[in-house]
Design a binder for this molecule. Structure first.
Ligand SMILES: [Ca+2]
Ligand SMILES: [Ca+2]
Ligand SMILES: [Ca+2]
Length: 178
């Protein structure tokens, strides 16, 4: 059973991913994220850059998100989403299968870490409060060196999914849960 806070956090995450506000996560949401990430890289639709990003997002949809579609209607409901994550994190060795892809997408200049500017753009793509980006960034930047290393990014995202109660740094990964 998910704690009340955990459930609230996952539902917040769900609403970030359901970017067309259909009430479900679907392939369309993956396509929208690909388009937005192409836009911030000034890549036109249909360009190689857009195709590459779209490929990554469709990979995420087909191999991970859609796996939570228990009733097979082609879309993931909030209940299916919470249940999918709850089941996945029961494994004590749970490692986030999306993290590599997400890190690659967010690391716009491919220099191996996330800058503050990249983080702000990441928040804008997910329609999270850009004002909050600097605050969240400083929370996640554990060693305070002004960049998010892959390790800092990975740990925070993992904590977001697995931590049951408020207080963990990673709970901030997708902005304010409130
Ligand atoms: Ca479904
Ligand atoms: Ca970077
Ligand atoms: Ca850092």
């Amino acid at each position: 059973m998910l704690s009340e806070y955990h459930r609230k956090k996952l539902l917040h995450h769900f609403s970030c991913l359901d970017t067309d506000n259909s009430g479900f996560i679907g392939k369309e949401d993956a396509e929208i994220f690909a388009e937005r990430f192409a836009n911030i890289r000034s890549a036109t639709l249909g360009s190689d850059i857009h195709k590459d990003i779209l490929f990554k997002w469709l990979y995420v949809w087909e191999n991970f998100w859609s796996k939570a579609d228990l009733d097979g209607d082609g879309k993931v409901s909030p209940e299916e989403f919470c249940q999918g994550i709850e089941t996945a994190i029961l494994n004590p060795d749970y490692s986030d299968p999306l993290i590599e892809t997400l890190f690659d997408i967010v690391d716009l200049d491919s220099d191996g870490h996330i800058s503050q500017q990249e983080h702000r753009l990441f928040f804008s793509v997910f329609e999270l409060d850009a004002e909050k980006s600097a605050f969240v960034f400083s929370k996640l930047d554990i060693d305070q060196d002004g960049i998010l290393s892959k390790k800092e990014f990975v740990c925070a995202k993992r904590e977001f999914l697995t931590e049951k109660e408020p207080g963990a740094v990673g709970n901030w990964f997708w902005g304010s849960v409130e």
